[in-house]
Design a protein around this ligand. Sequence first.
Ligand code: C5J
Length: 224
Amino acid sequence: MITLAAAQPYPYTFPPVRTALVLIDFQRDFLEPGGFGAALGNDVSTLAPSLAPAQALLAAWRQRGLTVLHTREGHAPDLRDCPPSKLIRGGGPLTIGDLGPLGRILIQGEPGHAIIPALAPHPGEIVIDKPGKGMFHRTTVDQELRHRGITHLMFTGVTTEVCVQTSMREANDRGYECLLVEDATDSYFPAFKAATLAMIRAQGGIVGWTASSTLILEALAHAH
Ligand code: C5J
């Protein structure tokens, strides 16, 4: 067991072999110009700071043979898994399924749907394709995690207040002990990221804990 004494709102204890590193939607569609995030009018450069901390955590998990879980938001090419309500959101010239500079927006198999090369999954890592914002909605992720004996989840990814927070809340309701890595997640709206971190820690950690990647990496390095 490892304890992060400086986690907020109070110390977080985790068993590394039962703790999955979760990387939410580090996809070209959210991080690069011409994708879904940009089509919604966002400045995608605001998501860049989280990449280096997420890479460092991924390397540490891989080095120790611990469980890694990647998610990708996207839809089948015929959009059968995309509710009409989601299709009409945004109001811009391009929507889900339309052809953009990164291929059809938010469609499985298109260039924009791929995870960025710096964080691309390795063979044996769990990859979950999800049609919604939350990773438990219409996926097998709960079975995959329970099958591996995972009880604790450390969340990274984009965007903080949308897919990351939704997935963390879903996991919290299912009994997983969840921690959001403060510097390994970003939002197009820095104020929304700050509010999400505050919401998670409030009321005695009502959704879970937060901690920096440095704190986690140092604790792992000193564990025996
Ligand atoms: C959004 C996500 N922001 N991955 N998706 O629509 O957070």
